[in-house]
Every structure is written in structure tokens, then in C-alpha cells.
Design a binder for this molecule. Structure first.
Ligand code: FAD
Ligand code: MLT
Ligand code: ZN
Length: 475
């Protein structure tokens, strides 16, 4: 575990005292965790790459409790780390030092759901998969889905502006989130929890908190627009002979499946080897340099099947695809999705993982992977590329048996410079958190960075909310 690799100094916040613990006990009776064993899981991130040493975790159940906690911490100058499901990829969800962990685990109530509009209002700590189940029982789906669905909280999703597997069809949370309730650093409750599709009354303040990674406020409730549950879902898992063919398959797919296309994901041969080796998953198609997973979601099974079969005929005839398999029943659909969704898990079992989450022009999406494979040679165990090709989002991951400073030196700033050279983004969907905060300037100009710092100072003048995260330390 590696905090020393990211040198940073503790800021002069207060240290939690016995009186503070007594005050917290009055605010959240029986929900103040100080047992070191219980705290362990919340002090370390999912990837096990960063670790804090918080001595206290609070589990509020209501917005009022969150407000009391923050008002108290603000007065006492105590730093706070908001935490959802702790599945974040950039070390934003765990303390760096002894920040108080404010967990949304017990804020897990659905507030309302409207069966005509599909608008769901719920507390921030609802687990994504549980919300999916809830709305699916009512013939709707959540507008987002990701491999971490079993643990991540909707508040965490909003705080990271998570992209995920349905982005191509339903777009960003900046569009699907209709309202938010947020508690500001001083305890003020900002109720922007509207459920309106259209509302141009002044600045759209909720947008500030979407993707703010717990640095501007604590999200306590979310109003989100859910699309109707598609009647027919098909998944095609295909093998492609090269990346040029992956791109041509994508273009063809958009042309022939346009309105029913709901996902276009890709992975390379090394990813397939890793999910096979570490998780025992078996490839459903012949070995290929690349694989794509295409999902269609529509309202008439026959219509979609017909379109999909003429698409498949076309891509096979033109040699864009060399082998493929189709699934319509839920069990097989899930099985094919697992090959793609569980790459993260397979990588984490492969050793030390260097993770990059990059937006690039789709035509250049794989160039960086090939380039790095050649550049790193035997220094790396695996160099893999996978991701949300339909959104121009590459997940470039490098593994090694153990952490190596020279490997890191070969990767950074090279990867960031390469990305900036393409006017890409150094964080497409995972955010900056603790691990990527110093690379923001590869994708944003100085004036944008300065405005971000001014907004932070306006909303959190004492800097108690998730310090050391998202923005680089001020000179
Ligand atoms: P946490 O990890 O607990 O927190 C993440 C950040 O949000 C932290 O900075 C935290 O302080 C802040 N935060 C959490 N809750 C709140 C709140 N209520 N108010 C204010 N701030 C808060 N991401 C994608 O974008 N797309 C993917 O496809 C994807 N797939 C993943 C697959 C796996 C297997 C894993 C482990 C992660 C994946 N992720 C993906 C990463 C993604 O960021 C998270 O899974 C998810 O959005 C984080 O939610 P969480 O509740 O776990 O938040
Ligand atoms: C994914 O798309 O699988 C996630 O963003 C997690 C990852 O990048 O590994
Ligand atoms: Zn992703």
C-alpha cells in the first residue's frame, strides 16, 4: 500500500477528541464506529492501492443528521471523507490521513417512484443493483449500469459522474439526474431535489455536484429519470481480426442497428486470457485479437432479431468479424456480459495494476496500447486495452508482479502527454480523486483550474470536504 508514493502533507485540521465522539454519539446514536477492525475496510480502497488511518466512521440515516455532522465538523475544523460503496478507482473514497468517514450505507430508502414518468427519488446510499431491481419490478431500468453495481451507491455514482455500460444509449448523469439534495460543508441543506424534465430558473446548481467527488458537498438524495424496460434485449459477442475491423464493425453497427443499439464494448485478446486465467471464464468464440460486445434493446423481439441477423451476415461476409455468438435469454446475456464486466476483477488478481481511463478520438483508441506494449517490453506483465468503445473511452491497464518505480516512470507522464497530444481526457469516467488530482492540467486550461479552485473556496472555505482530492494542492 502506497501513500508514500503520493507525497502529501496533513493539513492543520483538528484531531477528533473524546468530546467530538460524544457529540457524534448524540447526533447518530449507536452509529459511531471506532472499532479498528470495523474501520479497516473503509480505510482502504477497492484496488487496495491507498490507505487512510481514520479513527471514526459515522453512519447517518437522514439528511438532518448529515447536516448536524457537517455543521459540527465545520465549526470544529474537522475534515470529512464522504464514502458510498467504496468502489472508486482513483482513491477518492478513502481518507488520506485521519479524516472522519461519513458513510451513506444507512441512507438506503427509496423516497418515491412515478410509474408514468419513470422518475425515481431516493436516498444517496441506495445500492445501484437494488435500485435496478426496484425499478425493473415496475417495468423500468436504471439509466446506468456498471460492474460495481452490487456495492456502489447511487450517491457515489453521481459524485463520480460514473459512465458505465449504458452511457451510449442513455447518456451521462448530467442529463438523467433531474435533481439533487446536497448538504454543504457548513451544514446548509441545499434542496434542489426537483423531478422536472425542464427547469431553467437560474443556474443549474445540481450540475456542480455531479462529478465533484465529495469535495463540494455531501449528496443526500437523488432524483433520476429511468427509461422504460426494453422488451427485447440481445447480446452479440464477436471476434474481430484487428482494431481496424473493430472500428468498421462499430460504424456498420451504428448504421444498421442505430436506434436499438444500447452498448458497444470492446476488449483485447490479453483481457480474454486474464478473465480465463483468473476467473475461469471461457471464451464463447474462437480466439481473436479483439472481441466486441454489442447489445441491442428494443420493443419488438422479432424486429430486433431480424436487424441483428442482417448486421451479422454483413460483418461476417465482409470479414470484419470472424466468429460470433448471440444471446437473448437472460442467463446467457449475463454470461456474455460477465466476460467484459469482470476484467477489472481479473486484473486486480494479476498483481500490481496501473490504471488509466482515457477519452480519445475513437480512431486512435488502441494506438496507445500497442505503443506502450512495445515501449514497456518485458517490464510489464500485461498491457491491456478494453472499454466503452462506443463512447471513445479506453481503459488502458498495465500489470506487474509488484510495484516498480521504473515502470511507473516509463508510464507517466508519457500516457498523459500522449493523451493531451490527442486533445483527449486523462480521466474519462473515474474522476481524479487522490491518485489523479495532479494530472488535471493535462486536460484543462489554467483558467478552468483557477475557477474550480475558486468554486471550492466558495462552497467549502475551510476545505474540510474530502481534502487532498480532485484539485491539485495550491502552490
Ligand atoms: P465511493 O467509491 O465510495 O466514492 C467515490 C467518490 O465519491 C469519492 O470521492 C467519495 O468521496 C465520493 N462520494 C461517495 N458518495 C458520496 C456522496 N453521497 N456525496 C458526495 N460524495 C460522495 N466507473 C465508471 O464510471 N464506469 C464503470 O463502468 C465502472 N465500473 C466499475 C467496475 C468495478 C468492478 C469497480 C470496482 C468500479 C467501477 N467503476 C466504474 C468506478 C466507479 O467510480 C464506482 O464504481 C462508482 O461510481 C462509485 O460509487 P461508490 O458508491 O462506490 O462511491
Ligand atoms: C469498466 O469499464 O470495467 C470500469 O470502468 C472499471 C475499469 O476501468 O476497470
Ligand atoms: Zn469503464
Amino acid at each position: 500500500l502506497t501513500r508514500e508514493r503520493y507525497p502529501v502533507q496533513r493539513l492543520p485540521f483538528s484531531v477528533v477528541s473524546e468530546e467530538d465522539l460524544a457529540a457524534f454519539e448524540r447526533i447518530t446514536p449507536g452509529r459511531v464506529v471506532t472499532d479498528p477492525e470495523e474501520l479497516e475496510a473503509s480505510n482502504v480502497d477497492w484496488l487496495r492501492t491507498v490507505r487512510g488511518c481514520s479513527k471514526v466512521l459515522l453512519k447517518p440515516q437522514t439528511t438532518e443528521e448529515v447536516s448536524h455532522i457537517l455543521r459540527y465538523c465545520h465549526e470544529r475544523n474537522l475534515a470529512v471523507n464522504p464514502q458510498g460503496g467504496n468502489t472508486g478507482m482513483v482513491g477518492g473514497s478513502v481518507p488520506v490521513f485521519d479524516e472522519i468517514i461519513l458513510s451513506t450505507a444507512l441512507m438506503n430508502q427509496v423516497i418515491s417512484f412515478h410509474g408514468v414518468s419513470g422518475i425515481l427519488v431516493c436516498q444517496a446510499g441506495c445500492i445501484l443493483e437494488e435500485l435496478s431491481r426496484y425499478v425493473e419490478e415496475r417495468d423500468f431500468i436504471m439509466p446506468l449500469d456498471l460492474g460495481a453495481k452490487g456495492s456502489c451507491h447511487i450517491g457515489g455514482n453521481v459524485a463520480t459522474n460514473a459512465g458505465g455500460l449504458r452511457f451510449l444509449r442513455y447518456g451521462s448523469l448530467h442529463g438523467t439526474v433531474l435533481g439533487l439534495e446536497v448538504v454543504l460543508a457548513d451544514g446548509t441543506v441545499l434542496n434542489c431535489l426537483t423531478s422536472l424534465r425542464k427547469d431553467n430558473t437560474g443556474y443549474d446548481l445540481k450540475q456542480l455536484f455531479i462529478g465533484s467527488e465529495g469535495t463540494l458537498g455531501v449528496i443526500t438524495a437523488v432524483s433520476i429519470l429511468c427509461p422504460p424496460k426494453p422488451r427485447a434485449v440481445n447480446v452479440a459477442f464477436l471476434g474481430c481480426p484487428g482494431f481496424a475491423e473493430v472500428l468498421q464493425t462499430f460504424s456498420t453497427c451504428k448504421g444498421m442497428l442505430g436506434e436499438i443499439l444500447s452498448a458497444f464494448e470492446f476488449m483485447d485478446a490479453e483481457c480474454m486470457q486474464l478473465v480465463g486465467h483468473h476467473l475461469g471464464l471461457i471464451s464463447p468464440v474462437q480466439e481473436s485479437p479483439f472481441y466486441v460486445l454489442i447489445e441491442t434493446s428494443g420493443s419488438r423481439a422479432g424486429h430486433d432479431a431480424e436487424k441483428l441477423s442482417s448486421f451479422l451476415e454483413h460483418v461476417l461476409d465482409f470479414g470484419l468479424v470472424t466468429d460470433g455468438t448471440l444471446a437473448t435469454d437472460q442467463r446467457r446475456v449475463k454470461m456474455l456480459w460477465a466476460l467484459r464486466e469482470r476484467i477489472t476483477e481479473a486484473l486486480s488478481r494479476d498483481g500490481c495494476v496501473y490504471k488509466y481511463d482515457i477519452s480519445l478520438p475513437v480512431e486512435r483508441l488502441y494506438d496507445l496500447v500497442s505503443d506502450l506494449r512495445a515501449r514497456l517490453g518485458p517490464q510489464a506483465k500485461h498491457v491491456v486495452g478494453y472499454g466503452h468503445l462506443g463512447d471513445g473511452n479506453l481503459h488502458l491497464n498495465v500489470t506487474a508482479e509488484a510495484f516498480s518505480a521504473s515502470l511507473l516512470g516509463a508510464l507517466e507522464p508519457y500516457v498523459y502527454e500522449w493523451t493531451a497530444g490527442q486533445q483527449g481526457s486523462v480521466s474519462a469516467e473515474h474522476g481524479l480523486g487522490f491518485k489523479k488530482k495532479d494530472v488535471l492540467s493535462y486536460s484543462k486550461p489554467p483558467a478552468a483550474l483557477q475557477l474550480m479552485q475558486q468554486l471550492k473556496a466558495l462552497l467549502d472555505p475551510k476545505g474540510i470536504l474530502n481534502p487532498y482530492k480532485t484539485l491539485p494542492a495550491r502552490a
